[in-house]
Design a protein around this ligand. Structure first.
Ligand code: PEP
Ligand code: MG
Length: 754
């Protein structure tokens, strides 16, 4: 029999076996007989994982007395090696292989050649299917393919009959794949341990043998069409602007999506009798195997794109379209994704989400700010993430050290526990200074506010030791909502925050939507920005759609009735924008007054300084404002013309560069001249050395992530600021000074807690 048709005939016969009402053992016995007959082999055997060992479950050709008697551990003998490596093995002379382990009870001495493939479920080997021949002979690819196809069907049969327990297989897989360390970039500091959960879950193929090959072919054509449509429409979206990383990935996707060779190979697998899903999976696992033996990083990446695309195709075919958030997290989860949007992250249950690991990501992207607000550590820019981590793997994320520890060993877990204990002790140290004021050794008092945006944030204020909320990002509520939040809902949130804050001040920032914080219900057809960070966002959008701004103003005024309302406007480029926004709020206040409704006792208006043009007009702006707040995230992106969400630029420019520090100094001096308080509310202020520089330059108010308050307070209380300020001005005047290095050694000399 020509081997190409062997797979087809075997599958047809297996279809009948699967449909029969016999027990699992009887089915396995039939399978080995079919395989031996169709592949003309003298022996066919199935080994399955039981109690951590690979046990001979069924055989044709070996001694029947060895069934349930012969057992091999993972990695032991040829069968154990196949299971441990999850790779096929084809040998003309089995005995010549260094891992060969002779089992006399099987009577296998009569057979020379051997070919085995792993039986895999959820990327774990749960068994091995092997054939043996009396004569020394080579096995060709078609025979190995046929065995792999049978192994897929066996995986379904074994799972259906509950012959191998999934959890045990996952544990063993972890033990055998070995511990590795992947490096990444710290995006949100923290330490966490949990299980890998893919944001876009891998589909597990449940039905492998087709009832109707023609129908499967039609399903595949349809799925390809939908996948191509999806990719074409993604390419058209503004987020995927030409020349960016996203765009490059999509170009590759497109190339594969239209690649006839790939579609043909899947079709050939369907021809043998597999369902469309099983055929995609078959071709995909062949690619994965190839991926492992490739060294070229470029090719490796392209093949992993293909892997991603196969997964997309599987998701379309199986109808399993939801993200892990929609399926619900269970216990401690570490989320794995290429990249995420802020709204996608907010969909996850904070209680179970322990950390996020991204293949991309940059420090000031909004998703990272959201993660920081949620108190979730994030490690970004992890290379080879998808190739090395499996769903369900145990992981330790050590963001501070830029490390992802995959399938950690007992020793690693121990050192993680020690690190954790250290962090707890450190937190206890910070807790001691929590209620003390942030006063430097030379007597300068710094106010430390926290950034917030989620409902439960206000409750953490006392815990964090913050003096209030210096930036409440109201757009978070818009991001988590499928439709525009109504006024009542907005008002309820603002009131809850003010109530929780008690006497402490809260600064509400009006919606900063647009840029990387797009919401679907506000981006009308044909209005997409080519360059969203500099586009129709924040106050520009709010003033353009004044209905939106009026509703928010009403909600804020009503929520703060009888107390002080502090409100600030984002992304102001010219003073008139501030004036217009302020008069819009004032007009709403007048309307409330006219109808006899209560209003705030006082309204303080602030401007965010995040567009360089505004800095050239501070003399015109400052007299109109009650306070200003510097958004260093946006200000940095605009000063350096470096997209804050672009991972390639993530660590290119230093916050301690003269450009930023000189601008900060200018703002501080100008504001002091007009007696207007300045807060810095970008991520820069939450990092001890950067905060030290800001304070030394005269900044007296920082609004930072709650987790940063303890460390920053401890740093301030140990610092003598005056000499550092003088030194900084000197370095700023000196060409080529390495301010980071200088400041860091000066801080060390002072014995600063950094
Ligand atoms: C900033 O730009 O620094 C800022 C605080 O605002 P956001 O990060 O929300 O844009
Ligand atoms: Mg901003």
């Amino acid at each position: 029999m020509p081997p190409a048709s062997a797979a087809r005939i075997i599958l047809r016969r297996l279809h009948d076996v699967m449909a029969a009402r016999t027990g699992a053992q009887a089915k396995l016995n039939q399978v080995v007989r079919i395989v031996a007959a169709e592949l003309n082999s003298e022996v066919a055997s199935i080994y399955l994982l039981r109690d951590g060992l690979l046990e001979l479950y069924a055989t044709f050709g070996l001694a029947q007395t060895a069934v349930h008697v012969t057992k091999l551990s993972m990695g032991q003998g040829l069968v154990g090696t196949i299971a441990a490596t999850r790779e096929p093995l084809a040998l003309a002379e089995a005995r010549a292989h260094p891992d060969f382990a002779y089992r006399p009870e099987t009577g296998e001495e009569a057979f020379h050649s051997f070919c085995g493939v792993p039986i895999v479920r959820r990327e774990a080997a749960i068994g091995v299917l092997a054939v043996q021949h009396r004569d020394p002979r080579a096995y060709d690819e078609v025979e190995i393919e046929a065995l792999q196809t049978v192994a897929m069907v066996l995986s379904e049969l074994i799972h259906g009959a509950a012959l191998v327990d999934d959890a045990q297989a996952a544990r063993l897989r972890a033990a055998n794949s070995g511990a590795i360390r992947l490096n990444g970039l710290k995006l949100v500091d923290g330490l966490a341990r949990g299980t890998a959960v893919f944001h876009q879950p891998r589909v597990v193929v449940e039905h492998t043998v087709a009832d109707d090959v023609d129908a499967e072919r039609v399903r595949l054509v349809d799925a390809f069409r939908r996948m191509r449509d999806q990719i074409d429409s993604m390419m058209g979206q503004a987020d995927f602007v030409a020349g960016t990383d996203h765009h490059e990935i999509l170009e590759t996707y497109k190339m594969f999506a239209y690649d006839e060779g790939w579609a043909r190979r899947i079709n050939e697998a369907i021809e043998t009798g597999l369902t469309a899903e099983a055929a995609v999976e078959r071709v995909q696992s062949r690619n994965r195997l190839r991926l492992r033996s490739i060294d070229d990083p470029y090719l490796k990446e392209r093949l992993s794109d293909l892997d991603d695309l196969s997964n997309r195709l599987l998701r379309i075919l199986s109808g399993q379209l939801g993200t892990a958030a929609q399926m619900g997290l269970k216990a401690d989860a570490i989320l794995i994704a290429r990249n995420l949007g802020p709204a996608e992250l907010l969909e996850y249950d904070k209680r179970f989400l322990k950390a996020v690991v991204l293949e991309e990501g940059s420090l000031t992207a909004h998703v990272i700010i959201v993660a920081r607000a949620m108190g979730v550590p994030v490690l970004g820019r992890v290379d080879q993430l998808f190739g090395q981590v499996n769903d369900g793997d145990e992981l330790i994320v050590d963001a501070g050290n830029g490390a992802l520890l995959v399938r950690p060993t007992a020793a690693t877990i121990k050192s993680y526990q020690a690190m954790r204990a250290l962090k707890v002790r450190q937190a206890e140290e910070w807790a001691k200074v929590r209620d003390l004021p942030a006063i430097s050794k030379d007597g300068r008092h710094i106010s430390l506010f926290m950034n917030a945006g989620l409902v439960d944030d206000a409750a953490t204020m006392a815990l964090a030791g913050a003096d209030g909320i210096g930036l409440f990002r109201t757009e978070f509520q818009f991001l988590v909502s499928a439709t525009l939040p109504r006024r009542e809902r907005q008002q309820a949130l603002y009131k809850a925050v003010l109530d929780a804050a008690g006497d402490k001040p809260v600064v509400f920032r009006t919606v900063d939507i647009g840029g990387d914080k797009a919401v679907p219900y506000l981006s009308a057809e044909g209005e997409e920005d080519e360059n969203p960070a500099m586009g129709w966002r924040a106050l520009r959008l709010a003033l353009g759609r004044s209905g939106l701004m009026k509703v928010q103003a009403r909600a804020l005024l009503e929520a703060a009735a009888g107390r002080t309302l502090s409100v600030m406007f984002p992304m102001i480029s010219e003073p008139w924008e501030f004036a217009e926004a302020r008069s819009l709020v004032e007009a709403q206040k007048e309307r409330l007054l006219a109808t006899g409704r209560p209003v705030p006792t006082e309204i303080l208006y602030g401007a965010m300084i995040e567009v360089p043009a505004l800095i050239e007009q501070l003399d015109l702006l400052l007299p109109m404002t009650d306070f200003v707040s510097v958004g260093t995230n946006d200000l940095t992106q605009f000063l350096f013309a470096a997209d804050r969400a672009n991972p390639r630029l993530a660590d290119r420019y230093d916050w301690l560069s003269p450009a930023i520090l000189r601008v900060m100094r200018r703002i501080v001096c100008a504001a002091a001249g007009h007696d207007v308080p300045v807060t810095v509310c970008g991520e820069m202020g939450g990092r001890p050395l950067e905060a030290l520089a800001l304070i030394a330059l005269g900044v007296e108010r920082l609004s930072i992530t709650p987790a940063g308050i303890g460390p920053i307070k401890a740093m301030i209380r140990s610092a003598t600021l005056e000499p550092l300020g003088e030194a900084l001005l000197g370095w700023l005047a000196e060409p080529g000074a390495n301010i980071r290095a200088e400041l860091s050694s000066a801080a060390k000399r002072q014995g600063l807690v950094l």
